[in-house]
Design a protein around this ligand. Structure first.
Ligand SMILES: [Zn+2]
Length: 185
């Protein structure tokens, strides 16, 4: 990632901007060898770590003209969204809150893309898989009290017998939920 004129650019765009400026100004790369001698407003500085923490998901500032764009599929089989290269940067606490808020209030294919990425890359506790959760709640709601009681009893028997069944976290959570709802504790 390069910083130029107060924006972040991917490596491909950063290199491209560098070459363009060198050509325009008739300067040589050596003229910009030492980053301390120039300002990022006149010539790109970098490359920096793409994954550094930020207060929001970061993309290359070239947008749809990016030389290494990120393509986000359109859910309605329309045209794919071409956006600036996604840096896959880590998020600060503010960044997590920002994304949660945006995904809730301005949900779009882009926020879904970000949430999917962060959910799969270390932020699953911040962005739980709600569809799976909804399915689970519906299954629980659809079961009769008797069915639930039978499941719970089968689980208790399996645990008491120390059968070769290792209950998944989900089963235990469901059982806890049932126990709580029925006041069985
Ligand atoms: Zn780019």
């Amino acid at each position: 990632m390069y910083i130029y004129a107060a924006d972040c650019y991917c490596d491909a765009c950063g290199e491209d901007i560098k070459q363009r400026i060198l050509k325009e100004l008739g300067k040589k790369p050596e003229d910009f060898d030492d980053e301390r001698t120039y300002d990022s407003g006149e010539f790109p500085k970098g490359p920096f770590d793409d994954e550094a923490e930020s207060d929001s998901p970061q993309h290359c500032a070239s947008g749809e003209d990016c030389l290494d764009p990120t393509i986000i599929a359109d859910n309605n089989n329309g045209e794919d969204h071409v956006v600036g290269h996604f840096f896959e940067n880590n998020l600060t606490t503010t960044g997590v809150e920002y994304l949660k808020d945006m995904h809730k209030n301005q949900r779009s294919e882009i926020t879904e893309y970000w949430v999917d990425y962060y959910r799969a890359n270390g932020y699953s506790h911040e962005f739980p898989d709600t569809e799976e959760e909804n399915d689970r709640e519906q299954t629980l709601a659809a079961m009769s009290e008797e069915e639930l009681r039978n499941c719970l009893e089968a689980l208790c028997v399996a645990i008491e017998d120390q059968a070769d069944i290792v209950p998944s976290r989900q089963i235990i959570e469901d059982a806890r939920e049932v126990i709580k709802q029925w006041g069985l504790q």
